[in-house]
Design a binder for this molecule. Structure first.
Ligand code: AVI
Length: 328
């Protein structure tokens, strides 16, 4: 399904990106369950809307993870130790990353991101906050193994992947990414990863369908983007944002649902949707302690410790690349 191609971005220049977007949309709209990979939600407008989402009263993950990072610094310091190269998958958040760097006394910071502009801005901000710490930004697609700068070759590594972005991937893609991270970081590395927890579906559905309608805007922006960039004629007034808990797969799904029968074109191809038919636009998987452990082990990481916010909504897991000796 097209959804499984989440973030699988290898193309670098704008025309390649345009055709990757067009191919994903045309293929996704041709499937029996229409679906567009979630990475296309994040154009400039979508990225700004996502920033707004992280401040919403209903959207707890960012606050919960920040709470853990603020409260558990001493424990991170004890288990991770000083002198590591912190390799962040994504260009980093101006709040979360300094909290981590401030408590573990790292040797260097290496943000990895495919979006060069965000990467350079985040790296400059971090350098200003930690003047004595070398920062080596790497413009790369972290879904593939990345060659880290020579300067960090001999340092022990800590991978940092906050936000529960791992939950936006189906299990197969998530396992591939965890294995790729292990290959990027090397044998004796550690990984600190945010993993959102299964909870009352009403709380989850509110987090992805807020009263102010920002998440709805974020989702509808995808249709707007298709119209703008691919010559689409999708009638936006006939689509509504839906966020629903899929218990079998332990995930929140975002969809765009047709409120009446519609017909439209994208890149000169014709499509139709019946009333009630949806375009699946995002998965956000939630984890139990056991499912998180299974996923990490499948990806080559052994959980060492996990921390929760006070309300136990969100977890940060520290895992080690060392595979324990046990029966096969
Ligand atoms: C980026 N990612 C971890 C967010 C999430 O919670 O799954 C994306 C998001 N989609 C709607 N709200 C937030």
């Amino acid at each position: 399904m097209a959804q499984e191609k989440w973030l699988n971005l290898v193309e670098r220049d704008a025309s390649d990106l345009d055709s990757a977007f067009r191919d994903d949309v045309l293929q996704g709209l041709s499937e029996p369950q229409k679906a567009v990979p979630a990475r296309w939600l994040y154009d400039d407008v979508g990225s700004r809307l996502f920033e707004d989402i992280t401040d919403l009263p209903e959207y707890y993950p960012t606050r919960a993870e920040t709470e853990i990072l603020t409260a558990r610094g001493e424990e991170f310091r004890a288990l991770i130790g000083p002198g590591r190269a912190v390799v962040e998958f994504g260009s980093g958040s101006s709040v979360k990353t300094p909290l981590l760097l401030g408590c573990i006394d790292p040797a260097t910071y290496v943000p990895l991101d495919i979006a060069g502009d965000f990467l350079r801005a985040a790296a400059a901000e971090l350098s200003a906050k930690f003047p004595g710490m070398p920062v080596y930004p790497v413009e790369a697609d972290f879904m593939r193994q990345v060659a880290l700068p020579d300067e960090v070759a001999t340092l022990p590594k800590l991978g940092f992947f906050p936000g529960s972005t791992i939950g936006n991937m189906v299990a197969r893609t998530a396992v591939d990414l965890l294995r790729t991270m292990r290959a990027t970081l090397g044998e004796h590395s550690q990984l600190l990863i945010g993993m959102d927890l299964i909870k009352d579906p009403a709380v989850l559905e509110a987090a992805y369908d807020d009263a102010a309608g920002i998440t709805a805007e974020f989702n509808l922006n995808l249709a707007r983007r298709i119209n703008r960039e691919l010559g689409g004629t999708i009638p936006l007034d006939a689509l509504r944002h839906v966020a629903r808990w899929n218990d079998a797969f332990a995930r929140i799904e975002m969809h765009l649902e047709a409120t009446r029968p519609i017909a439209f074109e994208v890149a000169r191809q014709r499509f139709a949707m019946k009333k009630g038919e949806t375009i699946h636009t995002e998965n956000s998987h939630k984890f139990s302690r056991r499912s998180a452990t299974t996923l990490l082990l499948a990806g080559g990481w052994t959980p060492l410790e996990r921390w929760f916010d006070q309300a136990e909504r969100f977890s940060l897991v520290l895992a080690d690349a060392t595979v324990p000796r046990s029966a096969p």
